[in-house]
Design a protein around this ligand. Structure first.
Ligand SMILES: O=c1[nH]c(=O)c2[nH]c(=O)[nH]c2[nH]1
Length: 281
């Protein structure tokens, strides 16, 4: 006999762009793509032909557009909260809502060194996102993060003193290129309100550790980034970091008449090291 163990449904990839007009020519923008998943007393729609519990996914899409019109400012995480609370408030048969918002970041163009009031360029280094998990009767769980933020340093990184065995061929080094496609997600404690300044603090901490400290391993640098982020952003309770080691391999150009050269490297995508950790307060 079959049993319906769990179920949820919603609309994915709902896109929206809001122009916030401070006056005729000075604008701000916020472009998002939303995934919204609903859970609750919905079993009837799977176990019978009764659709009465289903808020159509088309309505879910319209809701995101409507809420964007009335409430979207420039803070993603706040808008995730608006969406989650709207669905739980409006539909008593829903018990839980999951929201993910991915942002396309638009940055003001610099024209003659001055930020332009209504012309923007895509700031494309990584995909910023926010997630909200809303359960009726509980405080919302909100997080923010970035996927695939590419950073590189060309020295002040090494890897030595690691485990050696008969399968080890890696030479130790105290001077290597270190590049990573940082993915991080930081969770806010329930009292947090200023999500955007926490986002800025985390990325600034990541850049600062990466650029200004010697890295003895990706593992160590990852931890130092997480620890400084927790220190600098008091509203964070937890940060999860993923730092693939994007290798640039030394090229042997001896046969081309350039023995021992260190300037020309081979960028590689695979295989890559994968270093991950969760750091909590
Ligand atoms: O920083 C590093 N951590 C590792 O775990 C590792 N493994 C490896 O081959 N190179 C590196 N570098």
């Amino acid at each position: 006999m079959a049993t319906l163990e769990s179920n949820r449904y919603g609309k994915f990839r709902v896109r929206v762009m809001k122009v916030i007009r401070h006056d005729d020519t000075r604008h701000e923008v916020c472009e998002l793509e939303a995934d919204v998943l609903l859970q609750g007393e919905l079993d009837g729609s799977y176990l019978s032909d009764d659709n009465s519990s289903i808020v159509p996914t088309d309505t879910v899409k319209n809701t995101v557009h409507f809420l964007a019109h009335d409430h979207l400012e420039t803070c993603r995480t706040t808008f995730a909260e608006v969406i989650g609370e709207h669905f739980l408030g409006k539909y008593p048969h829903l018990a839980g809502v999951e929201v993910e918002l991915r942002e396309r970041k638009w940055e003001r163009m610099l024209i003659g060194g001055q930020p332009h009031p209504h012309s923007f360029t895509h700031a494309a280094n990584g995909e910023p996102f926010s997630r909200g998990s809303f359960t009726r009767g509980q405080a919302p769980l909100l997080s923010s993060g970035i996927r695939g933020h590419l950073v590189m340093k060309t020295t002040q990184s090494g890897f030595e003193g690691y485990n050696l065995c008969e399968l080890t061929t890696l030479p130790p080094t105290n001077d290597r290129v270190f590049a990573t496609r940082l993915t991080a997600e930081w969770t806010f404690d329930p009292t947090a309100t200023d999500f955007c300044s926490a986002d800025d603090a985390v990325l600034t901490a990541a850049h600062e550790i990466f650029a200004t400290t010697y890295s003895p391993s990706v593992q160590r640098t990852l931890y130092e980034i997480g620890a400084l982020a927790i220190d600098r952003a008091p509203s964070l309770s937890r940060i999860e970091l993923k730092m693939p080691n994007v290798h640039f391999l030394g090229l042997d150009l001896t046969k081309l008449g350039r023995p021992g050269q260190k300037a020309v490297l081979l960028p590689t995508d695979e295989p890559h090291g994968e270093i991950e950790a969760v750091i909590t307060r």
